[in-house]
Write a new protein. Sequence first.
Length: 398
Amino acid sequence: MKAEPKTIINFLSNHFETVKDLFETQTKEGFVRKEFLNEILKENDSDIFNQLIEYKFLKKLGDDYEIRGVYFKFFEFILNEFKPLLPETIEKYEQSIGSLFKKIREGIAKDRNILVQRINELYNEVREFSDSVEKNTLRLVTETRELKSNVDKIDYKEKVRKASFWIDYYITPLNSILDVTHPQSITNRLFEISQYVNVRRLNFDDENTRIQFEKLYNFLVQTNDDLMRQSKILTNELLPLIERIRTESLILTGWIEFLKQPYKAPIPKVFKVFREVPYSNDMYWNAKEYFEQFEGNDEVILEDVQLEDFEKWIFNKELYHNKLIQSLPVNSFFEWAGKTLKGEYKSIETDKFFSLTTLLFEEGINLELDSKSDRQLIKTSQMNLRVPKIKITKHGIS
């Protein structure tokens, strides 16, 4: 007599630790040895062997036992304990999915019931493929993070071996399966199928079949998004992380072996690091000296300036420009500027003298520098200036 489903669920709940131990044993060994089964039942004080057989949880495997596939997958799911599948195992879906797709196209105008059944089988096959990829990615993430944190305290050589193993046998091949740009990848095949299904869901004459095409198309779109997400995890997270583990471990392993016997091999040349900066090496001391001059509190006396005694001079460029034009030709501009100021103010003030030099840049005059003549000495109120001899003409006419 077959047990009620609720009875089986209650049984698994009441004896969860026992069936979990059996699951972990089969995960490691591939089956449950008779000795291990008796030991597990004894440790958990459980006399449930008959129920395990009656509820079809275990099946006979010679003298030993095996958890049935449906129960094993159920525990894999709830415990998130997936054994990673080799990529070649996942690649089998390329053949099964391709075969079903071919039969759908060939039988598109034949028996509608067979066509609908094939559409549903293709749906289930794509779902199994997507689930397998997701399980593999989850397991690879777990394995990689455990390897990075070195939970098992393995040495560097073993870390390198494991990192290389995961890359060569799982991550890189699985990434190729998910590469939509690769013409032979399953993802590329699913893209081709979705294009065909998209056309059929819009213009198929039978309503029931059209609905099945609609269902399959929506599922393929969702599957594509899921596979893209898994591919990004592999490409952007797992592959760089595990490659870094392998590289770092190789370097550390090499140095450890070298330090064990440092004189066995010649010491390799190590690059010497130089640091260059875009500023002077003395910049710190120059800046320190500059700020130190303000540290003292010198006495400052402020006096009111009587504005009536201060006459501000405003340079009238137009006035002096006209005077220069009227004096042309001028053999020495600076001599002319000095005489002009001295004639008006009885002295040559420095700021006024420099104001007059701006006339050299006015339009309408021509400058000729006499490079052979000695520099002239002009004495202003604050300094002595040695200036060249510059001849001024108008439009090149003396």
